[in-house]
Design a protein around this ligand. Structure first.
Ligand code: ADP
Ligand code: MG
Length: 271
């Protein structure tokens, strides 16, 4: 047992396109500690989502994982058969994507969607999944009785919270959040992220938090990696990356958005 939960080494991912192959992720290596919130930043198209999908091997053609390893607690996910991976997805590694709120089935009550996920992974009864769902609703700040409603009866922010609740219900060790709140307005975005940080503190899971917004990331994460054109150009703790960036591109990213209070300067939940 070590303090490292996820260890990515020399990951290379190509997209096989008409003109040949295009390397979207080049020799990327980083680790995420147990109970750590790690941020992956970089402008649109630099390869963040390509990495996120590769971790749970949800990459679809034309993506091709050309090399490297992705170890979860020492076990290389790139070498596991699909049958074993199914036990890891959601149960050990949860995922919340930008458009996750649209992944809820509009024709099913939320309660039934909780049951589907929980039953598949734990074989629990309807009563058990309802009870667990209500508990998770309370955790993400939605009145428990509303679990009987349909997705369209909730706002976008609430639906995104529901997806986070479903993800947390299985108590994964790692949650990958790829631009989880980008589709939401700034106030709702902040509320949801504050809640995730709170839950992380009480439940101790690790988070891979992906966004193009470095300032938001600085308020949430302990360590940050910065990507540029498929490469990880800088990794360090938030203080170092924000006050003494080693790479010119990181400096440019900081200057690209007006300065907000950082981790150290702000008070409140996210400080
Ligand atoms: P990010 O999440 O950082 O915005 P992505 O990982 O989505 O970036 O994309 C990385 C690069 O791979 C981009 O240049 C993008 O155009 C390319 N890419 C992503 N998906 C595909 C695909 N299905 N086919 C071909 N190229 C792709
Ligand atoms: Mg992306």
């Amino acid at each position: 047992m070590t303090d490292t939960l996820l260890e990515i080494d020399n990951l290379n991912i190509d997209y096989l396109v008409d003109k040949g192959e295009f390397r979207a992720v080049s020799d990327v290596s980083f680790t995420i500690g147990k109970g750590e919130i790690f941020g992956l930043a970089g402008e649109s198209g630099c390869g963040k989502s390509t990495i996120a999908y590769a971790i749970t091997r949800l990459s679809k053609a034309p993506a091709w994982i050309a090399g490297g390893s992705i170890k979860l607690d020492g076990q290389d996910l790139l070498r596991l058969p699909e049958r074993e991976l199914q036990k890891i997805r959601w149960k050990r590694v949860g995922m919340v994507f930008q458009s996750a709120m649209n992944s809820l089935n509009p024709l099913m009550r939320v309660e039934a969607q909780f049951h589907d996920v929980l039953f598949r992974h734990t074989g629990c009864s309807r009563e058990q999944s309802r009870a667990r769902g209500e508990e998770m609703f309370r955790l993400v700040g939605i009145p428990a009785h509303r679990i009987s409603d349909y997705p369209h009866q909730f706002s976008g922010g609430m639906r995104q919270r529901i997806v986070i609740a479903i993800c947390l219900a299985l108590q994964p060790e790692l949650i990958i959040m790829d631009e989880p709140t980008t589709a939401l307005d700034v106030v709702v975005q902040r509320e949801i992220l504050e809640q995730v940080v709170d839950l992380q503190r009480t439940h101790g899971f690790s988070v891979l938090f992906i966004t193009h917004d470095l300032h938001l990331m600085a308020q949430l994460c302990q360590r940050i990696g910065v990507m540029l054109k498929g490469r990880l150009v800088e990794v360090g703790d938030v203080r170092q990356v924000s006050t003494a960036p080693r790479h010119d591109y990181t400096r440019k990213l900081w200057n690209a958005i007006p300065q907000l209070p950082t981790h150290e300067q702000s008070s409140g939940v996210m400080a």
